[in-house]
Design a protein around this ligand. Structure first.
Ligand code: ADP
Ligand code: MG
Length: 666
């Protein structure tokens, strides 16, 4: 296809300005959709208040009088005859319009009305009268040196010259099925809508196209994964697993049962498992993971469980040993701080197969680690693992089944797209007896109340987490810091209770030691940054206090809050902040992580929750996965049907879509 510079009117200067806002190709230009539309409807002079905004058209009655001031400034005045009376118009710095503003010509004026003087101070004058229908004007994201008008001109020129060549990703079958307009017409309308109805119609069509292409990719990858990734097949002794589950100290929730069932099916199937297990904090994902590891192990393969921090890996290791206490299975822990000679022994054991289960951090996937027959890899808090690290595992030439666990509940809508090439299992229901955590939003001025609440908990023999956004004071911020809070808490409670801190900059051995002390109740108040966010389990901790809570996303707050309420005692969470109370108040009433992450999405936009890495995949030009969920589902269904339909094997659209995936991945 032609290049951007081939579009008439786009010279080197405008080319570089277009590049600046991310427009490099004709396709980019044509899909630079307006971000809003101004609707121009003729106003009535008598109905506008003094100082009010007005849009009005009429014929020029008097020759414009031009006045020039210092510094190149100028002003023009003329009289305009409109349907609702005669009005004066003045406009600044449009001397260049003078030759067009001839007596008798029709113009449309947008500006502010001064009623006493009967003059409109215009911000804009457009040539031509308004029609009786509303005029809809697109408004584009521009940059300095590139006006809305330029943008519109370039786009329309590109449409005129190359509109026919623009590729349409919607296959004919679906164009016909939904009576969609062709691409060129659709683009023409989105950039020059005549009515709101037409605009709405093509908006849906263009959204559908975008989502169709997106879902095609996801479906394609999923199918490729399944084809390429012939995994291991194994026989699972379901009776044995069933018995094991019977012997657990609690009964699995039905969501847990279902997740176990689906995972065991995955393990047995020839297809390689690529599954996300998501559930709120405390929903009981870990036990599901352990059961999967056990099943894998009993079928003769090694299992690895990877956690993002040493604290968490250690905790999982201890729990796993407890879980397996009746079984004769060798379990080891491998982290960055495992002593060298232990490491050598563990490497050897993994290689010769004498170790059946390994728990650890990234250390598990380093070069020197070789496995005898790794059959299952589970990663906890998967969104914290880089894509790169995940790939690393796969590159070891192993084809283990993979299960990702995530406690950031992602509404199905997004899970479907973001983790679209994975299967998703969700644990919604919480284990019985889990209570709601009483949550309060407090101001800094109410700190005394908070300290009293803390004291009440401490007196009962319980422990408290205190969270601050920063570690140390910095010059240009008065946010709470771990160090400052330590001093304050010592003043308040130092004589009776042990207080300590843990944060991300500490050596991991020191961190582990303090966490261990907190677990053993040798420390009653633990002050920390968000390092405790991830999975730490201390049932005797019943209170969570978060300073400057407005600094965190709701999902993060929810995660933090999930650290308490793990035992039988009633637990509480206090969010301290002087701003953003409305958002934080959501936490007082909502305790469903899915609802909270949905709120987060609404408030913070789709990219934020997942960091920048994934947000690239999520940036749609016209569609919005939250608002256009219905279209998304339809596009998902259609694209899959299209993909699997052999008759379309040679189809140009399919080829293009597949090619675009290959490009993306390169
Ligand atoms: P998650 O990893 O999803 O945050 P965990 O697996 O750590 O949650 O579970 C939290 C706690 O609940 C653990 O102490 C676990 O033993 C317990 N638990 C898990 N499932 C159940 C259940 N069905 N009934 C009662 N307690 C459960
Ligand atoms: Mg967990």
């Amino acid at each position: 296809m032609a290049e951007l510079k081939d579009v008439k009117g786009i010279g080197p200067k405008s080319l570089s300005l277009l590049n600046k806002i991310g427009i490099f190709t004709i396709d980019d230009l044509l899909t630079h959709y307006p971000f809003r539309y101004d609707v121009l409807v003729r106003d009535d002079l008598s109905k506008i208040e003094d100082g009010g905004k007005i849009i009005i058209d009429g014929k020029i009655e008097s020759m414009p009088i031009l006045m020039r001031f210092k510094a190149g400034l100028n002003k023009m005045n003329f009289r305009l005859v409109t349907a609702s009376g005669i009005v004066g118009v003045s406009i600044f710095n449009r001397a260049f319009l003078k030759s067009q503003l001839t007596v008798g010509s029709g113009v449309t004026v947008i500006g502010k009305l001064d009623k006493s003087k009967n003059v409109i101070t215009a911000s804009e004058i457009k040539m031509g009268l308004l029609t009786n229908k509303a005029k809809i004007e697109p408004v584009y994201h521009c940059t300095s040196g590139l006006t809305n008008k330029n943008m519109s001109t370039y786009i329309n020129m590109a449409l005129l010259m190359y509109g026919k060549e623009v590729f349409d990703y919607i296959p004919d079958v679906y164009l016909e099925k939904y009576h969609f307009l062709n691409k060129k017409t659709a683009l023409n309308i989105i950039h020059n809508p005549s009515t709101m109805e037409k605009l709405k119609e093509v908006t849906i069509r263009l959204k559908y196209e975008e989502l169709f292409a997106f879902m095609f990719k996801i479906n394609y990858l999923k199918i490729q994964n399944k084809k390429k990734n012939q995994g291991l097949t194994r026989q699972i002794n379901r009776l044995q697993i069933e018995k094991f589950i019977q012997d657990l100290p609690f009964e699995l929730t039905s969501d847990q049962k279902e997740a176990v069932d689906v995972i065991l099916n995955d393990l047995e199937s020839v297809h390689r498992m690529n599954r996300l297990l998501q559930g709120d904090v405390g929903s009981g994902k870990t036990v599901v993971a352990f059961i999967a590891m056990l099943a894998n192990c009993l079928s003769g393969y090694q299992s690895a469980l990877m956690a993002p921090t040493e604290i968490l890996a250690t905790q999982h290791f201890q729990n796993l040993k407890l879980f397996l206490k009746e079984e004769n299975i060798s379990v080891e822990l491998l982290t960055g701080s495992t002593p060298k000679k232990d490491k050598q022994r563990i490497y050897q054991g993994l290689k010769d197969g004498s170790i059946s289960m390994i728990v650890g951090t990234h250390a598990l996937i380093q070069e020197e680690v070789e496995y005898n027959n790794l059959g299952l890899v589970i990663t906890d808090e998967q969104h914290r693992f880089g894509v790169h690290q995940r790939a690393n595992l796969q590159n070891k030439g192993l084809k283990p089944d993979v299960l990702y666990m995530s406690a950031t509940p992602i509404p199905r809508t997004y899970a479907l797209t973001i983790f679209g090439d994975m299967d998703v299992s969700t644990i919604k229901e919480r284990p019985k007896g889990r209570q709601k955590i009483d949550t309060y939003v407090k101001k800094n001025s109410e700190i005394k109340d908070v300290l009293k609440m803390m004291y009440e908990e401490l007196k009962k023999g319980h422990q408290v987490y205190v969270i601050a956004p920063l570690i140390e004071e910095s010059e240009n911020s008065d946010l709470a810091t771990v160090c400052k809070l330590k001093d304050q808490m010592r003043l308040a409670f130092g004589e009776r209770y042990q207080i300590d801190i843990v944060h991300g900059k500490m050596a991991s051995a020191a961190k582990d030691m303090i966490m261990e002390q907190f677990k053993n109740n040798d420390v009653q108040i633990l002050i920390s940054t968000t390092v405790v966010e991830v999975g730490v389990d201390v049932p005797n901790a019943t209170m969570m206090v978060i300073f400057d809570a407005d600094r965190f996303g709701l999902s993060t707050l929810h995660q933090l809050r999930g650290r308490v309420g793990r035992g039988t005692a009633r637990s509480l969470c206090v969010l301290i902040s002087d701003s953003d109370a409305e958002r934080l108040k959501i936490m007082e009433t909502v305790d469903d992580g899915f609802v909270i992450s949905e709120e987060d999405f609404k408030l913070r936009g789709q990219g934020d929750l997942f960091g920048t890495k994934q947000s690239g995949d999520m940036s749609f030009k016209i569609a919005n996965i939250r608002l256009d969920y219905k279209i998304l589902l339809q596009a998902k269904k259609d694209s899959k049907e299209y993909l699997l339909n052999k008759e379309f094997d040679q189809d140009e659209i399919k080829k293009r879509l597949v090619a675009s995936i290959t490009n993306d991945r390169a």
